[in-house]
Design a protein around this ligand. Structure first.
Ligand code: FMN
Length: 278
């Protein structure tokens, strides 16, 4: 029996994200056990940038639920994540969890290839902003094998499953969890599926998430995007190199340059007026 972990980023009970996860799980097509975690109910604290988690045999020193969540993810055969769009991006708990990436990426070997589907929920068509791209980036940083990612429309709780098209879409998402990833959709980066692009030059596009590049040419039929080699940032080797090698080297470099950097920082020491809530 497959063990599915549903991660719900919405606080609302029985709302869109929650019922979409349940419907997706019901469409997996084999025996499964669905366990759910409401992410905002966990104690997840902001990363303190102490880099302790980079030291050999060390974990993040924050005394919260990060490793409880990590263990649940490791135990699961597949992950279904849902998050509402708040203020054009995913609900803040996603960023809070995602920011703990340095501690999490120390365990990339165990996380790598974990099947995952990503559900975004949004209230207004065209107001989804960067929600899906941000969710995809979080999942790919964790090494998940993203099988499908889609935004569902519905402002009211339950509304996201009030039409047949959404119902079919979520069922297809569930069915894909242990199968092949979905096809690329229009406008998406062919490597990571983000739909956000930067244009450093008028004829050059870069995916700011994975680094995929494209040269854009005009033809009689319109613009043609010629994609170069795949963006590398989310490849296992690149993630390992960044989070386990490069960052450790940075910590070492800080040790060597501590004095020089202190001199710069000390120029800004003084009679600061920090305002604190009492
Ligand atoms: C604080 C807040 C901010 C929101 N911001 C947006 C937004 O920027 N764009 C949008 O389309 N919907 C926005 N919504 C609507 C939710 O994305 C929508 O209701 C979604 O279905 C909620 O998912 P849930 O039912 O799983 O909680 C916002 C809702 C709240 C509570």
């Amino acid at each position: 029996m497959k063990k599915i972990l549903g991660l719900v980023a919405s606080q609302r009970r029985m709302a869109n994200g929650e019922i979409l996860i349940k419907e997706a799980a019901a469409s997996i097509g084999e025996e499964y056990k669905l366990e759910l975690i409401r992410l905002p109910e966990l104690n997840l604290q902001p990363c303190r940038a102490c880099y302790t988690c980079l030291a050999p045999d060390q974990r993040c020193p924050l005394n919260d639920d990060l490793y409880f969540l990590l263990d649940k993810i490791k135990e699961a055969d597949g992950i279904i994540l849902s998050a509402p769009c708040y203020a054009l991006g995913p609900a803040a708990i996603i960023k809070l969890f995602g920011d703990r990436i340095i501690a999490l990426a120390q365990q990339i070997d165990v996380l790598w290839g974990k099947p995952c589907v990503i559900i975004g929920t949004t209230g207004i068509k065209g107001w989804e902003g960067y929600t899906l791209s941000a969710l995809i980036a979080n999942a790919r940083f964790l090494g998940f094998d993203v099988k499908d990612a889609h935004i569902f429309l519905g402002a009211l709780p339950g509304e996201a499953l009030s039409n047949e098209k959404s119902f079919e879409r979520i069922r297809a998402m569930g069915a894909s969890l242990f199968r092949d990833p979905r096809q690329l959709e229009t406008g998406e980066c062919p490597t990571c599926w983000s739909d956000i692009w930067k244009f450093p030059e008028p004829n050059r596009a870069v995916c700011p998430l994975c680094g995929q590049e494209a040269i854009i040419c005009s033809s009689e039929k319109g613009l043609i995007w010629n994609f170069g080699t795949a963006g590398k940032r989310f490849e296992k080797e690149a993630l390992t190199r960044h989070f386990q090698v490069w960052l450790r080297a940075q910590v070492e470099e800080f040790g060597h340059r501590r004095k020089e950097l202190s001199e710069i920082r000390n120029r800004y020491k003084g009679n600061d007026n920090w305002i604190k809530q009492t």
